[in-house]
Write a protein that binds this ligand. Structure first.
Ligand code: BDR
Ligand code: CA
Length: 319
């Protein structure tokens, strides 16, 4: 199995993604690192500890960044994930969740990559602050990661807009400076952005199927997605939810479900397009510019949604 560190801001779809990691025999979770984003880092860390117990996991939870590298602290989108980050479902037993790891998220990532060179996949589904800090503290880690799978960005390949501005996706927008460093670093990045995640919908029947066929975990995911489903219906007129982060996990499990486009990626860090992700597509030539000499990364431009939904449900039912 691939060793995985899950860098996350749980978060309803983060919880859906963690369930897939836990259920998948192809992945071995060696740590969870937390970051601000969908809620404060206190809340996302508490939720990570809660999900660890709820899903029967043993991996350490290392707490990470509470704010972006250099931008002002962000507001938390409680209207999307609820005040408690998990759809305001009552969470029991919060006083006995166990402790976080002694190291912070960035140091934990550095330590784990050094301990198993070439073996660890990072799956990052929140703002990229922890990964940027890890690179800053130990630049050599970019040669040590097996791959870095990121849920983030909006490249407009399928005409999908951003979700916090016409051009920006939330994880990237939350820390554009960190995102620019992580996506331009010399390690193999696989980006799963809104181009594909917004086209993949888990409808009410699908969620009810998870609830009924995978009673423990499916029931819990059904509960926490009630709030999220309501938001999608009332705000976007969509019958169902986008489980953004779970698609990034699927990219780590089954790359063949995705079609990619390759080329260096930059992030706009200031001005009205802050948080926009731009790929200079391989093979297209321009005069000298800000993409020169950067590593070519993989941007997902299409996903086999039916195959993904099948993989997700089968993993949870078999778990
Ligand atoms: C991303 O932002 C967060 O709200 C979700 O958890 C996901 O990681 C989607 O833009
Ligand atoms: Ca997330």
């Amino acid at each position: 199995a691939k060793k995985v560190i899950f860098d996350t801001d749980p978060g309803i779809d983060d919880a859906c993604a963690l369930a897939l990691i836990a259920a998948s025999p192809a992945l071995e979770l060696i740590g969870i690192t937390t970051v601000f984003g969908n809620a404060s880092v206190e809340t996302t860390t508490r939720n990570a500890l809660y999900l660890r117990r709820r899903f029967g996991l043993a991996a350490p939870v290392a707490r990470g960044a509470e704010r972006p590298l250099s931008k002002p602290p962000r507001d938390f989108p409680t209207f999307i994930h609820g005040e408690n980050g998990l759809g305001d479902v009552a969470l029991e037993g919060l006083d006995s969740l166990g402790a976080t790891h002694a190291k912070d998220a960035a140091d934990f990532i550095v330590e784990q990559l050094r301990a198993a060179p070439g073996e660890v996949t990072l799956i990052a589904v929140g703002p990229l602050t922890n990964l940027a800090l890890a690179i800053e503290r130990a630049p050599e880690i970019t040669a040590l990661a097996a791959e870095v799978v990121v849920m983030g960005g909006a490249f407009g390949t399928a005409g999908r807009p951003g979700n916090v501005s016409p051009v920006a996706e939330a994880n990237v927008w939350n820390d554009p400076d960190a995102a620019d460093r992580v996506l331009t670093a010399p390690w193999p990045v696989r980006i799963v952005g809104l181009d594909v995640t917004t086209l993949c919908v888990m409808g009410p029947d699908y969620m009810a199927g998870l609830r009924d066929r995978a009673p423990g975990v499916g029931g819990f995911l059904w509960e926490i997605t009630r709030f999220y489903e309501h938001l999608y219906r009332t705000r976007d007129g969509i019958d169902g939810i986008n489980a953004h982060d779970a698609l990034a996990v699927a990219r780590a499990i089954e790359p063949a479900l995705f079609r990619e486009r390759r080329g260096p990626v930059r992030v706009v860090t200031d001005g009205i397009a802050t948080g926009q992700t731009i790929q200079s597509v391989e093979g297209v030539r321009y005069p000298p510019g800000p993409w020169d000499g950067l590593p070519s990364q993989s941007v997902c431009v299409e996903a086999d949604n039916a195959a993904f939904l099948k993989l997700y449900a089968e993993a949870l039912v078999a778990w």
